[in-house]
Ligand binder design. Sequence first.
Ligand SMILES: CC(C)(COP(=O)(O)OP(=O)(O)OC[C@H]1O[C@@H](n2cnc3c(N)ncnc32)[C@H](O)[C@@H]1OP(=O)(O)O)[C@@H](O)C(=O)NCCC(=O)NCCS
Length: 168
Amino acid sequence: MRFAIEDHPRWDEEKKRLLLETHSYIFPVEEMKLGDPLPQIWGRLVDDNDSVRGFMYITSREEDEGGDGGEAEDEISLVIDPSVQSNGFGRILLEKAEEHLRSKGNLLATVRVQPSNPRAFELIDWFYRKDYICYWPGVSNNEPKSVEFAKNIVGRQQDVTLKKNLSQ
Ligand SMILES: CC(C)(COP(=O)(O)OP(=O)(O)OC[C@H]1O[C@@H](n2cnc3c(N)ncnc32)[C@H](O)[C@@H]1OP(=O)(O)O)[C@@H](O)C(=O)NCCC(=O)NCCS
């Protein structure tokens, strides 16, 4: 098994295959052309037979939400080939993504669980087990919204909630 951050990430067959079912609300798979450059940071996990088992991608909040000039808060997304889920690959990719954020000087990693995710409850538990803290519970005007989590990736976990609340 090997992991690599992509130098010039582009939309390709493997991404299309893995993201089709669960991430098409972000990547309009039918409209995207193979070879299109992608703005996120992408990393892929490849097995010994060169099959792609999963991707992580990191979206910069400054990039997609205007940002406030403060500390970059990058959001990690994960997708694992459905045929090999629950074999520990998600955990590996999450750790690699956090490692990458630490190497670029970030203190926080964020993740979000969409209410439309059929495994939302399971996933929320999973992120809690990975030391993520919920700072936005995902309900607004009685409407379900995405549940947002953050983790202090340099070790001072108690700072997360306060920091997130101050930046709202
Ligand atoms: C959510 C997702 C990324 C998790 O990846 P995964 O590879 O299935 O997750 P893991 O195998 O690392 O962990 C799931 C559970 O499987 C079990 N597991 C892990 N390794 C295992 C192993 N070697 N043998 C048996 N079970 C194992 C554990 O219970 C584990 O939970 P734990 O790490 O808290 O102990 C993946 O299911 C997925 O791509 N889902 C669809 C897309 C999605 O919803 N993405 C989330 C948007 S951020």
